[in-house]
Design a protein around this ligand. Structure first.
Ligand SMILES: O=C[C@H](O)[C@H](O)[C@H](O)COP(=O)(O)O
Length: 237
């Protein structure tokens, strides 16, 4: 990550953390931007600026980080509500539709996002796009025994799907749920995210895909203006 991108992420994570109030149940997203938000929350709880906040994590990554910072955690099954969820994204279009799952965490992230009273997305300006999937591949979590079948069915829908391979391990990326990930490219991009989200999730063997449609309430964008980080509250179109 470049220093500039890091500064944009820091700024937007700090701005989102301002929305967390004492007593809230907060969905804690995954990825590098959400991790900065979790760190900022941990610091506020440690200093006493916030109290009685309960976190609901969306990945093994978030669970380990929150535990290290002493943030009290509960599972989805143990809470009555989520007041606010804050998470990063890989692409954001003008209608606030998203691609997520670059870190293979989109299954738990979507569960938490749809449950939250308010879902706030934190991104740096490199994530804003006009059309989804022209530059970032769409992640689809599949049962290990079904990946070739789903790959063929996605091909029939016009998607080029490749099994995501691990970097420091021989073999595929295995998700927190023990499944595999197909990264899919539709040559013309995604023109109807709602239709595609439902069509992919309707394929047997698919657990969830990374399209987040009509879930997002607010997008905070970190950008650099005159050499300084600034946060923009994106206007939905
Ligand atoms: O699976 C990962 C998540 O969807 C992340 O929120 C997403 O990939 C963005 O991550 P980052 O903030 O590191 O770019």
């Amino acid at each position: 990550m470049s220093d500039l991108q890091d500064r944009m992420k820091q700024a937007v994570a700090a701005a989102a953390t301002e929305q967390i109030k004492s007593g809230m149940v907060v969905g804690l997203g995954s990825g590098s931007t959400a991790a900065l938000m979790i760190q900022a929350l941990g610091a506020k709880l440690k200093s006493g600026e916030l109290s009685d906040v309960v976190g609901v994590t969306t990945s093994f990554q978030g669970e380990v980080l929150a535990a290290e910072l002493g943030i009290p955690l509960k599972s989805l099954n143990a809470i009555e509500r989520i007041d606010l969820a804050i998470d990063g994204a890989d692409e954001v279009d003008p209608a606030f539709q998203l691609i997520k799952g670059g870190g293979a965490c989109h299954v738990q992230e979507k569960l938490v996002a749809v449950r939250a009273e308010r879902f706030v997305v934190v991104v740096d300006s490199t994530k804003l796009v006009d059309t989804l999937n022209l530059s970032f591949l769409l992640p689809v979590e599949v049962l290990p025994g079904a990946w070739r079948q789903v790959q063929a069915q996605l091909a029939a829908m016009g998607g080029d799907a490749q099994l995501r391979m691990a970097v420091k391990k021989a073999g595929p990326v295995v998700t927190d749920q023990g499944n595999l990930v197909l990264d899919v490219k539709f040559a013309a991009g995604i023109s109807d995210p709602a239709e595609l989200e439902a069509a992919i999730n309707n394929l047997p063997g698919v657990l969830e895909n990374g399209l987040f449609v009509n879930i997002t309430d607010q997008v905070l964008v970190g950008e650099i203006v005159d050499g300084e980080p600034r946060v923009r509250d994106l206007v939905k179109r």
